[in-house]
Design a protein around this ligand. Structure first.
Ligand code: NAI
Ligand code: AKG
Length: 486
């Protein structure tokens, strides 16, 4: 990697390697589309072949290290990531727009994830099970899948790939990582931490290129034994089908249309703050972002007034500038999607109360900015209430009772995260029991994933698998049942 010019290479077999196509794609600053942050590889199948060969050659020696030895490398990578949080955070902000405090926070979170999984190298991997044969010893152990493909999106350029790569590596797999091209310079800085930590050649590799060539190539390559993906539903399904067709293991983490329910007894101040933080931080570009705000009629007007007043105060701007609360959309196509949903919302009869416009300050004119929007009078069958927008758009939906609130909240093809604001124990227990989501949160925003707990969705939000915490071992290993007789 050339640090000065930010010309990024692939990382294969322990070395930075130029793409065989000789071609690179620009990585653009969404706060200023004239600023090219880096030139990143536009790789071809032959680059992927080299990475698969390197990961395959490394896989037995890597598996044969002890968990403690692998863990020591993860601890080193964590220290480097943490020490470089300023540089990595700034690059993340320049590549995808989230504010610098969020970007640095995410980098530190990456270090915490690496440390958590470093410790996993010393924990138990199986159980002793009584055999029906009195002389035999029967137990389970776990073995790595082999070569794991990691396909990651641009919205969490550090945390998501790290929460996939760290468990893959600690359990003895080798890795081929395809980051999103939009954030591939940040990815290269992460990769440099693994390199500097001293991982053996081939244990972890990075190939940058288009999804249709490199992403799809990983999903369908017979030399890749497991594929873990986070991104859109449309692509996730294709990845899953390609892996299934050749008998590989796969894990998909996809969209959400996450509701917050505001009950009649809610602390409205807290609920409004959490709706804003959960829905609009990172410019609404989280799969756990709040987008449907379901409010019981007793407090509807009072809550709406608080919410709109607070949203109107949020400062949109360059994520590197102090005081910016909300950066631009990550890329032009994301901005176009958001603007088209704002148009659809108006056409379908919802009332735009605030935001939803391109800001008119001259200093923002070259960025992919949109002011945070709140729609009123949203009906559950409108597009803005059904589709994942992945932008700073909140939809207020009025209901008459908690029962109706939960029914509306569940009326979606997604089931990732949901939250409720209430102080009534009956309400919260009903919500916890009846809500169809992988993550349910009471008096807390819908976003906010803890690395030591399982994370994943129901319905179309995931392949029904879970990531993070102890759950990760289920994907990244296979159980082997051992029966031994003297
Ligand atoms: N669940 C989540 O965290 C995310 C959801 N999204 C959703 O997806 C929408 C579009 O965003 P995109 O960046 O276009 O997401 P995407 O699903 O196209 O991209 C995610 C990753 O998959 C790769 N990819 C693309 N096409 C592929 C293919 N045919 N085979 C294998 N890999 C492929 C991409 O290069 C990237 O690394 C967003 O508006 C949002 O709704 C996007 C990013 C993250
Ligand atoms: O809310 C978070 O911290 C993680 C969200 C996430 O996984 C995503 O947006 O893809």
């Amino acid at each position: 990697m050339n640090e000065q010019a930010r010309i990024i290479d692939n990382y294969i077999d322990g070395e930075w390697t130029a793409p065989l196509s000789g071609k690179r794609l620009p990585s653009i600053n969404p706060a200023n589309k004239r600023e090219v942050v880096g030139e990143v590889p536009d790789s071809i199948d032959a680059d992927l072949e080299n990475a698969v060969a390197a990961a395959e050659a490394a896989r037995v020696p890597w598996r044969k290290l002890t968990g403690a030895q692998r863990g020591a490398l993860l601890f080193k990578a964590a220290d480097l990531l943490e020490a470089r949080q300023e540089e990595i955070g700034r690059m993340m902000t320049r590549e995808m727009g989230k504010t610098l405090p969020e970007a640095k926070g995410e980098t530190v979170r990456g270090a915490a994830i690496l440390r958590y999984y470093a410790g996993e190298g010393m924990r138990k991997v199986g159980d002793v099970i009584p055999s029906t044969d009195a002389e035999a010893l029967m137990f389970t152990t776990r073995v790595p899948l082999g070569v794991v493909g990691v396909i990651s999106p641009w919205n969490f350029p550090v945390a998501i790939p790290v929460w996939k790569m760290a468990p893959a590596l600690i359990y003895g797999n080798t890795v081929i990582w395809k980051p999103a091209t939009e954030t591939a310079v940040t990815a290269a800085l992460v990769m440099q931490c693994f390199h500097d930590a001293g991982f053996p050649a081939g244990a972890v590799n990075m190939i940058v290129g288009s999804g249709s060539v490199i992403g799809s190539g990983i999903a369908s390559h017979n030399g890749v034994h497991g594929v873990t993906f986070t991104g859109s539903n449309a692509v996730g399904k294709r990845v899953g089908q390609a892996a299934l067709a050749r008998g590989a293991k796969y894990q998909l983490e996809m969209g959400g249309k996450n509701p917050v329910i505001v009950a009649a007894d809610a602390d409205l101040e807290l609920a409004a703050e959490a709706t804003i933080s959960g829905g609009l931080r990172s410019t609404g570009q989280k799969c756990t972002a709040t987008s449907r705000v379901i409010v019981v009629s007793d407090v509807y007007e009072a809550f709406r007034e608080k919410l709109v007043a607070k949203v109107a105060e949020l400062r949109v701007g360059d994520g590197l500038q102090e005081g910016t609360w909300l950066g631009p959309c990550a890329n032009e196509s994301q901005l176009n999607t958001v603007m088209s949903y704002i148009g659809k919302g108006k056409e379908e009869g919802a009332r735009l109360l605030v935001g939803g416009e391109r800001p008119n300050q001259p200093e923002l004119s070259n960025g992919f900015y949109v002011t945070p929007a709140v729609f009123d009078d949203v009906k559950p069958d409108m597009a803005i209430a059904k589709d994942e927008i992945f932008g700073p758009v909140l939809s207020l939906i009025r209901v008459d009772s908690l029962e109706e609130a939960i029914q509306v909240a569940n009326d979606t093809e997604y089931g990732l995260s949901a939250s409720i604001y209430t102080r009534n124990i009956g309400n919260l227990l009903t919500f916890v029991q009846d809500m169809e989501a992988g993550l349910v949160r009471v008096n807390a925003e819908t976003a906010g994933v803890e690395l030591q707990a399982p994370f994943g969705g129901m319905k179309q939000s995931s392949s029904h698998s879970r990531e993070q915490g102890q759950a990760a071992i289920e994907f990244f290993t296979s159980i082997k049942t051992v029966f031994i007789k003297p």
